[in-house]
Write a protein that binds this ligand. Structure first.
Ligand code: NAP
Length: 248
């Protein structure tokens, strides 16, 4: 099997899994991280941290490094880097593949209200709503700006803005249990769950919301450029090396 030089645009669990899988196959893998998370779990292979400096910087980097493939395995809500990757790969004639986990879909018993983006999600919350929010640092500010809302906000890292007194901040990393999610929602008498459609395995918070008949405001994914896309690491390997190259 020929050694391939691969750049993975990462920051996700699947990017890490892919780097480990490709390194195990003998590829020369570099994972690129935005550098926003403190002490991230590191994949096998080389790791570079920090932005490239827009499309121009990324195109310059690709021209020098001459990767055989770029795999965009960034989070479905990381829209800017995917846009930059599509443009820079086109400019430098570098092959690009996106690895993107499948979006969640509502199952029987779910009460989901779909929102196209964060401002519409904010508008769809009724006055005074008790809400549980599971959002990232960049997304939270517009919800905190609504003085009538209250409840609980769960994040991995603390927000850059002040948390209003009507909200309890819970800093916690997955995994979460169904009993824990039910307890958190009951404790804060949550009337709405607000989350973004990150996708992947269905999380316990959605099951807890269904069990408690709590409506979910589901923020849908931002648009990304149309590029070849697969949903699993095995599919990436199959595209790079041919159909029989599964590594389990
Ligand atoms: P974004 O808005 O799409 O990107 C903002 C800027 O950060 C990009 O223009 C780029 O800077 C830099 N950047 C982003 N990902 C990078 C990477 N993998 N390697 C090098 N530079 C990168 O991204 P975001 O939503 O802030 O997310 C940042 C990172 O966190 C992403 O890598 C993503 O996979 C991960 N993440 C995001 C979320 C989420 O909900 N957004 C959730 C989990 C993990 P330059 O223009 O200077 O190149």
């Amino acid at each position: 099997m020929p050694l391939k030089r691969i750049l993975i645009l990462g920051g996700t669990r699947e990017a890490r899994d892919l780097a480990n899988q490709l390194a195990g196959l003998g590829c020369d893998v570099t994972s690129s991280l935005a550098g926003v998370t403190e002490n991230p779990a590191l994949p096998a292979g080389h790791v570079r941290r920090g932005g490239f400096g827009g499309v121009k910087g990324l195109a310059q980097y690709l021209s020098v490094e001459r990767y055989d493939h770029v795999i965009d395995a960034t989070h479905p809500f990381a829209a800017q880097i995917s846009k930059h990757a599509a443009q820079a790969c086109q400019e430098t004639d570098t092959r690009l593949l996106r690895l993107e986990r499948k979006a969640w879909t509502a199952a029987a018993g779910d009460q989901w209200i779909s929102a196209a983006d964060f401002p519409s999600a904010c508008d769809s919350l009724p006055h005074g709503a008790p809400v549980m929010m599971t959002l990232g640092r960049k997304e939270i500010a517009i919800f905190f700006a609504r003085a009538d809302l209250r409840g609980v906000v769960r994040m991995i890292e603390p927000p850059d803005v002040d948390v209003p007194p009507a909200f309890k901040l819970v800093l916690q990393r997955p995994p979460f249990s169904l009993s824990g999610e039910l307890a958190l929602m009951r404790e804060h008498r949550v009337g709405f769950l607000l989350c973004k459609n990150s996708g992947g395995p269905r999380p316990e918070k959605l099951d807890a919301a269904r069990e408690l008949a709590v409506p979910v405001i589901m923020v849908e994914r931002p648009g990304k450029p149309e590029v070849q896309t697969v949903e699993t690491c095995d599919e990436v390997v199959a595209r790079l090396f041919g159909r029989g190259a599964r590594t389990g």
